[in-house]
Design a protein around this ligand. Sequence first.
Ligand code: ACO
Length: 325
Amino acid sequence: MVTLRSVIVGAGSYLPERTLTNAELATMVDTTDDWIVQRTGIRERHIAADGELTSDLGIKAARAALADAGLAPHDIDLIVCATSTPDNTFPATAVSIQSGLGITAGFAFDLQAVCSGFVYGLGTVDGLLRTGLAKRALLIGAETFSRILDWTDRTTCVLFGDGAGAVVIEAQEQPGAMTDRGILTTHLRSDGRHKMKLYVDGGPSSTQTVGHLRMEGKEVFKHAVSMITDVIKDAFRATGYTARDLDWFVPHQANRRIIDGSVIKLGLDPAKVIITVDKHGNTSAASIPLALCAGIADGRIKKGDLVMFEAMGGGFTWGASLVRM
Ligand code: ACO
């Protein structure tokens, strides 16, 4: 039976020019390259320039995704920007990206699910495309976490970076089988009981300030692997696929040890895992599309490949999406 599927037809990314190495961080807080590499796998991250906004990063990633898809801005009728570091409290960063691209039709909004934003975005865009509310979407993960870090707190400031990644997703008729191209299944979860384990200590209605990121790192670590693997197993159950069927695993890039723990628990082949956390740090909602673009750019991820995306982040929120490219 013919089915409308949401197919990724282009991807693009952008990283700010400036990189910040662990050695430089060691001159700012009491830390070492060894400690950061051993505990997280991170070696460097990119930091947005003064005046470079989340929307600026998002626009560059979106342009690259459109070029990859061979499409023009006016071909897009939906923009979803997953971000926790918007330019302003409102309007949505997505509408700034919309105007930056010169798009005046369709609709644009932000999605806030912290590090799970891109996977939540895949589920949201899939729903909107399949119900006919839009035909072709830009899903962007864009973040400037450097702006909400406490640069005197060594337990958090070493972990994050800035960047943006985008995909163009198009509604296409497919045969209606698990061999279809497109988003095959998405599973999203949240549990607000954990909301104070990873949060920002400010906001319009509480402090009228932006605030800084605070985290109980051990608590996040303790829950991460089981939450991620649970939701991936849901995606396997829904499609009949198993770990052996995956061509690529594109996880949220928070911490190398969380990724390795998930890979072992799921019995995945480590050679099929895309890793960028060493070069990007944790770019929150941008990390998955940045990793996807890295895998496409060097020829590993190809059209027709079966790819598992997963993320877990503040809230806690978590989710997984199984996509045939
Ligand atoms: N450099 C040197 N020492 C440090 C640093 C640092 N940057 N940060 C903390 N330490 C010290 C601590 O003060 C502590 O010292 P003490 O023993 O004298 O008290 C020691 O290192 C151990 O600290 P722990 O917090 O126990 O270190 P742990 O092994 O748990 O590693 C880490 C910390 C890396 C944050 C880990 O808990 C983790 O990876 N948690 C997951 C957090 C994460 O990935 N968050 C991202 C956002 S959520 C997401 O995207 C999934």
